[in-house]
Design a protein around this ligand. Sequence first.
Ligand code: 9MR
Length: 451
Amino acid sequence: MPLFPRSRSLLLATAAAGLAVAAGVTVVGTAEAASTLGASAAQSGRYFGAAIAAGRLGDSTYTGILTREFNSVTPENEMKWDATEPSQGRFTFTNGDRILNQGLSNGSKVRGHALLWHAQQPGWAQALSGSALRSAAINHVTQVASHYKGKIYAWDVVNEAFADGGSGGRRDSNLQRTGNDWIEAAFRAARAADPNAKLCYNDYNTDGINAKSTGIYTMVRDFKSRGVPIDCVGFQSHLGAGLPGDYQANLQRFADLGVDVQITELDVAQGGNQAAIYAGVTRACMAVSRCTGITVWGIRDSDSWRTGENPLLFDNSGNKKAAYTSVLNALNAGGTTSPSPSSPSPSTSTPPVPGGDCTATVSLNSWNGGFVATVKVTAGSAGLTGWTTAVTLPSGSAVTNVWSATGSGATGAVTFRNVSYNGRLAAGAVTEFGFQGTGAGPTATPACAAA
Ligand code: 9MR
C-alpha cells in the first residue's frame, strides 16, 4: 500500500485519496505535519497511547508528557484481576478509575487491560479450579466490564492464552483447565456487559507469521465463523534487536479476517537500531487500514518494566529520544484508513414487550453448563419507583449469583426486585441487573411490573 510522504503536494494526495475512496479505502495525507504523537496519529484516524501507572500521576514531568503527547491510555496494572477483585466478590476500582478519569479528562481513549489472564490473579482465584473458577472468572468479566460500561474503547478480554514455542496451542493454566471454551465464554460475557467496547485478544511473541500467531489466527477465524464476539487482536510487540520482515503481513492477515488490529504494548530494547525498529512498527500500522492505533508500554525509560533496557520514547528526564522522532515522522508520513464498522450487538437478545409499567429484555452468554444473563429494565411512560421482573428457568437450571437486584427463588420461576439505587426510573429510563447460573438460561422475554 503506497504511503504519501509530506513532501508530495497536497493536490496529489487529495487526488489519490479520491481514487482510493472509490475502492473503499482512504489514503490520508495532509499538508501540515503535527508535532505530537497523538495529533499526528489522529490525522489518519488512529490513536497513539501509553500504558500509565496510577502511582505516577503525581509526577508533573510524567503527566506533562502524557497530556501533551498521547490520546489513549492503558492502565499498566490497575484493571487486572488482582487489582480489581482482591477478594472474591469484593471489587475495588479506585486506581482503575484514576486511570480512566485521567484519560477521559484529557479527551483520550481508554484501553481496558486485562479482564482474564493466567498471571496477576488474586490468590483466591489461583486456588480455584473447575466450574468454581469458571463461574468466578465469568463473573469477574461481567462485573469489571459493567463497571466501566460505555467508557472503554477496547478491552483486552483475554491476555496471553497461547503457548510459546512451536505448538501453536493454548498455554496451560488454571483457566485453560476449565475447558477450551473459556476464551469464548469470556468474550460473550464481555459483550453482554459492555456492548460498545471493542473486544480484543492480546498476546506477545506474535510479531511475525509464526506458530503462536498462527494458532491465534486460527482461533480468531473460528470465532468469526461461529459468531463469537471478537473485534480486535492486540500485538504487544515487546521487541529486541530486530523486527521480523513479515510484521506488517502478519497484521494484515488478521485484519483480513475482519478484526481491527492494534499495537498494544510496544517497547524496543535500546540499541543501534531502536529508532529504526520503532519506525518500522509505526509504518506497518499506518499501512494496514484496520490498524487503529499504537500503545507504548510506558512513557520514560525509567517508567519501564524492562529495567536497564531503556526501551521507550523518552529518556529518564523526559527528553525525546531519536526513537520519538522516528515514530513522529512515520506517523506524519500518513497512512491508509477505512471506515470502522458499526458496533456489533450482543450475542442473543430477546425482543422487548411494548406497553405496561416497564419492559425487560435479557441477553444471554452461555457455555457448556452455565450462563450469565444481563437483564435490561426500561421504564414505561409513567416512570417507576420500583420494579420486579420474572423469568422462568428450564428444569435443571439454577441461579447462583445475582447483582444489582435481589433475587427470590433459584429454580423454575425466579423473580428479581430492584435494589435501593436502581428502583427509581424516569419515563423511558433504563437500568440493568444480572445473574449467573448453572445449566441453561431463560429464553423467553422476562415479565416486568412496577413494584
Ligand atoms: O508492566 C507490567 C508490570 O508493571 C507488572 O509487574 C507485570 C506483572 O506481570 O505486568 C507488566 O505488564 C505486562 C502486561 O500486563 C501484559 N504483557 C506483558 C507486560 C510486561 O510484563
